[in-house]
Design a protein around this ligand. Structure first.
Ligand SMILES: *Cc1c(COP(=O)(O)O)cnc(C)c1O
Ligand SMILES: [Zn+2]
Length: 419
């Protein structure tokens, strides 16, 4: 049963059928999916959802399909990890990590949006799928194309991390690396999307794609027992995730399934923080920046939906801050040492900013906090391998080991808080 009603311009409210449209003909505003919420309310409830499979399609009535999904049967429903050792370190009581670093199959939050965009794109008759990507989106489009048998075309900046390039190539798509930043890649993709009639998941399929991001919010709420946390800290790149998670919370409250007020905070890297700087300067528009940061997956200098991030952060009573490259690396290490989770710089950025919000007393010690960990550290290991080395190289001989070991002090105390 589908409750998909149509599309509606976020700016001027003009309505469109749920077809291949993606910008408003009247004002060039973005289009948003509309649902029949009365129908959803009458036929769905948390008990029904609880009995369903653990993937993002457990919320399928709130996702924009006419028929059955095509892919993503193991995507989403990632762990909400209670992080007591990290909480203790940060001096707060109730801390959770929404761990999309283990999202199936390509280890980032992008498996949510791609599952939805590809399923809808096939319903709309697209035969080739493509994307403009900083790396993770390309990985996800490549994998989901491979699984469903559709050809994929991935456009990335030339300086994308090597593991993210191979993480697309292995699935057999065409990968086009372009000179310049993501913003240049995105501009070209907008131009060629129309020309060839390909389904660019984050350009002409964007109204459907962004809906997939809501599932992170539904899950956080369901995993907390249908309660919203007091605070949620999320990274921002193009600005898809944060506003759509805000929408998901509004929908759950309108359906009467969730309670609470959640302040949503935005995290960006100091080397690319157009949204946070607009927030701090109290602007209603975004001044584009030229990215210069190790956090490449979130290095988008001219975010398509940056204005909506500002709006939702402000509406929720949240805030935002930036993290330097050094703070990002330290936070990656802290998360690994305290919780056994290895994230990429986007996750490091988010944790580093959460720490600042706690220090600024914007997050109080007795409030419930969720931090969004959106990507996996194994894809950007080169950053880490230059910081660490093995402790020693020895010949495999017991006597030699003992001589070395017994000359060390505090060798085993780096991660431990017990014994
Ligand atoms: C894409 C991405 C984000 C957030 O991007 P938005 O465009 O703001 O939705 C965050 N973290 C990682 C790891 C990503 O790949
Ligand atoms: Zn419009």
């Amino acid at each position: 049963m589908s409750y998909l009603k149509g599309l509606r311009c976020k700016e001027c409210g003009t309505e469109y059928p749920a077809d291949r449209s993606f910008v408003c003909m009247e004002c060039f505003g973005p289009l948003e999916v509309q649902y029949d919420f009365d129908g959803i309310k009458a036929n769905l409830n948390p008990e029904i959802i609880a009995a369903r499979d653990h993937n993002l399609w457990r919320y399928r009535e709130l996702l924009p399909l006419d028929g059955e999904p095509l892919t993503g049967f193991h995507s989403g429903f990632t762990p909400l990890v209670k992080a007591d050792r990290l909480a203790h370190e940060l001096g707060i009581r109730d801390l959770y990590l929404k761990d999309d670093s283990v999202n199936h199959p390509t280890f980032s939050y992008k498996d949510r949006v791609v599952s939805v965009a590809l399923s809808r794109g096939v319903e709309l008759g697209y035969k080739v799928f493509a994307c403009a990507s900083t790396g993770n989106l390309g990985n996800s489009v490549s994998a989901h194309c491979a699984r469903t048998g559709y050809p994929g075309l991935i456009f990335i900046p030339r300086d994308t991390e090597p593991a993210k390039i191979s993480g697309s190539l292995i699935y057999g798509p065409s990968v086009v690396a372009l000179e310049g930043h993501y913003d240049d890649v995105n501009r070209l993709c907008a131009e060629i999307g129309d020309h060839y009639g390909w389904g660019f998941v984050n350009v002409n399929l964007r109204p459907y794609y962004t809906e997939g991001a809501k599932t992170m919010g539904y899950e956080i709420c369901e995993q907390l027992g249908w309660k919203l946390p007091d605070h949620l800290v999320l990274p921002t790149a193009g600005g898809t995730l944060l506003p759509r998670v805000a929408t998901s919370f509004q929908e759950l409250k309108a359906l009467g399934w969730a309670e609470g007020e959640c302040k949503i905070h935005c995290a960006q890297a100091d080397g690319c923080a157009p949204v946070v700087r607009a927030l701090h300067q109290d602007l209603d528009y975004i001044n584009p920046e030229k990215p210069k940061t190790i956090a490449k997956s979130i290095a988008i200098g001219d975010p398509a939906d940056g204005r909506y991030v500002l709006e939702e952060v402000r509406n929720s009573g949240g805030w935002g801050d930036v993290a330097t490259d050094e703070e990002i690396l330290e936070a990656i290490e802290l998360l690994a040492i305290k919780e056994g989770i290895f994230t990429e710089p986007a996750g490091g950025t988010t944790l580093a900013v959460a720490i600042k919000l706690i220090e600024q007393n914007r997050i109080k010690t007795d409030e419930t906090v969720v931090i969004g960990i959106t990507g996996n550290g194994y894809k950007s290991q080169d950053l880490i391998s230059s910081r660490f080395d093995v402790d020693v190289v020895l010949r495999p001989n017991l006597q030699i080991f003992r001589e070395w070991y017994e000359a060390q002090e505090n060798l085993l105390n780096r991660t431990s808080s017990v014994g």
